[in-house]
Design a protein around this ligand. Structure first.
Ligand SMILES: *[C@@H]1O[C@H](CO)[C@@H](O)[C@H](O)[C@H]1NC(C)=O
Ligand SMILES: *[C@@H]1O[C@H](CO)[C@@H](O)[C@H](O)[C@H]1NC(C)=O
Ligand SMILES: *[C@@H]1O[C@H](CO)[C@@H](O)[C@H](O)[C@H]1NC(C)=O
Length: 475
């Protein structure tokens, strides 16, 4: 416990020296992060291969390149983001300088996730650096090879005083959580999110929680499954990437009855096209992270009736392989609809239109993502305005979450707070209000002091009452 405390106190000291304040220092650290990603690409690919059997293609496309882009975007914008902002002034402020100072919070605890152990942690590290904070980095112990690599590389590339990696599992994380931080970022399950938030409450530490949820897909009857966009291909890609262990992956599909058969057939053929006759032999499928998760998903498959199986269902406990699997005729209330699947099983439910889809989606916790496939913009708008989710992509999957110009975050059960791009800077920055006036012009405020008089009250009333924006036009 002593060493945990010491580490956190070291970080506070490092932050208090003001080392993170200069923008040039932040840019230099971000460049070092990019150097790390460039120079250690092979080691990263290898670590993720060992932890998740993640294909190199996926490691580069969904982890390394994403994190590099995030860092580059931060470098290009940190000057603009960190400048004070000046709101338009109200009438009583006309003689003042009124602005918002951008101040780092202090020491941020990053608790990493195992499914995208580089992308998530490094994107969050970019947030910590660009906003001028120090960080304690706790990689997930469930992707141990990557965690060890991160612990080895971070001190080689980043400022040792300001950024420290802390390894360990639940006991170590519990000790860390007893310390006081200025913000905690956690990516993972809603259940652990509650534990983190409880611990943070002891110190009134704000939290940014990226949680999951059952992210639905709706396929409308007007979707052209044959030409134009290949709905099944897009859904399968988002589902089976990283073998379904993606927090924004499509969890289940609500498919319009008119296109159901065709959609299921297309899913079947697209899975074959992507992963071959025997997906177990495909080099392009990751593996389930550990035995516990394997058994959890195995139970879901064993709980489904064989008649409902469209494709897949094969498992291999030794290699933690689970085939890309699709079930049809699934109903709300089936065990597979109880919680986030986080594996390569896609249940497909038939619905008779967007109204039934809205009812189903609204009837459950707000998910992290929502995917709509429809040609009719009217249907799309109806679905968007009658449901809520962290984000949504229309006629594709994952794209809203991959963009650094959009805030990435959940709502309700899928989390709180958002990051990526400028939202990362804002998430770890205190917006300090500054009202700055000179030591003169006492006459302008003389009316506010006791003894109070009716005459002065009416003067104050006139001066301070909002004139519906008319006063702003003076500026
Ligand atoms: C959905 O939203 C639309 C606006 O786009 C509204 O007119 C309609 O009443 C809503 N429908 C339902 C079922 O809530
Ligand atoms: C669904 O929930 C949203 C808010 O999340 C609300 O605006 C909408 O009216 C609800 N619609 C239905 C049909 O329940
Ligand atoms: C009322 O306001 C005037 C300035 O507008 C100030 O000189 C005076 O002291 C205030 N108080 C009273 C009791 O008049």
């Amino acid at each position: 416990q002593d060493s945990t405390e010491t580490k956190v106190i070291d970080q506070i000291h490092a932050f208090q020296t003001g080392i993170t304040q200069p923008i040039e220092w932040r840019i230099a650290q971000l460049n070092r992060l990019i150097d790390l990603l460039n120079e250690q690409e092979d080691a990263i690919v290898d670590a993720l291969q060992q932890d998740l059997r993640k294909p190199k293609f996926e490691t580069l496309m969904t982890e390394v390149i994403v994190a590099k882009n995030e860092a580059t975007y931060a470098i290009n914008n940190v000057h603009a983001w960190s400048k004070p902002t000046y709101p338009s002034k109200t009438f009583p402020q006309l003689m003042d300088t009124v602005y918002i100072q951008k101040q780092p919070l202090g020491v941020v605890l990053l608790i990493g996730a195992w499914n995208y152990p580089i992308q998530l942690l490094f994107n969050q590290l970019v947030a910590v650096i660009v906003s001028g904070n120090c960080g304690i980095i706790k990689p997930s112990e469930l992707s141990p090879v990557t965690a060890d690599l991160i612990a080895k590389l971070i001190p080689q590339y980043l400022d040792k005083e300001c950024f420290k990696v802390y390894l360990g599992g639940i006991p170590e994380t519990t000790l860390l959580l007893q310390q006081k931080f200025d913000k905690i970022i956690y990516t993972g399950s809603s259940m652990v999110g509650k534990i983190i938030m409880k611990a943070a409450a002891e110190h009134l530490t704000p939290v940014l929680l990226e949680l999951g949820g059952k992210s639905p897909v709706y396929v409308h009857k007007d979707s052209n499954l044959d030409l134009g966009i290949t709905v099944a291909k897009r859904v399968a890609w988002g589902k089976y990437m990283n073998l379904g262990q993606t927090c924004t992956a499509p969890d289940y599909v609500l498919c319009h009855g008119h296109v159901l058969e065709e959609f299921l057939n297309k899913l079947k053929s697209t899975i074959k096209e992507m992963y071959g006759e025997d997906p177990q032999k495909s080099p392009d499928l990751a593996r389930i992270v550990n035995a516990r998760n394997f058994q959890r998903i195995e139970k879901l498959i064993l709980g489904m009736s064989k008649e409902k199986l469209v494709v897949g269902g094969d498992m291999n406990e030794k290699t933690r392989y689970i085939a890309p699997t699709v079930y049809k005729d699934v109903h709300i209330g089936d065990p597979i609809m109880d919680s986030e699947i986080f594996g390569p099983i896609l249940p497909v439910l038939a619905v008779n239109g967007e109204d039934e889809a809205i009812e189903i989606i609204n009837g459950s916790d707000k998910p992290l993502a929502f995917y709509i496939f429809a040609k009719s913009d009217k249907v799309v708008q109806k679905l968007l305005s009658n449901t809520s989710s962290g984000g949504a992509t229309v006629n594709d999957v994952l794209m809203h979450a991959a963009a650094y110009n959009l805030p990435f975050g959940g709502v309700g059960n899928s989390g709180m707070g958002a990051y990526h791009g400028k939202y990362s800077f804002d998430a770890l920055t205190h917006e300090r209000s500054i009202s700055y006036r000179g030591q003169n012009l006492e006459s302008l405020v003389a009316a506010r002091y006791p003894p109070y008089t009716e005459k002065n009250l009416s003067m104050i009333r006139w001066m301070t009452t909002d004139k519906r924006g008319r006063m702003c036009s003076i500026l």
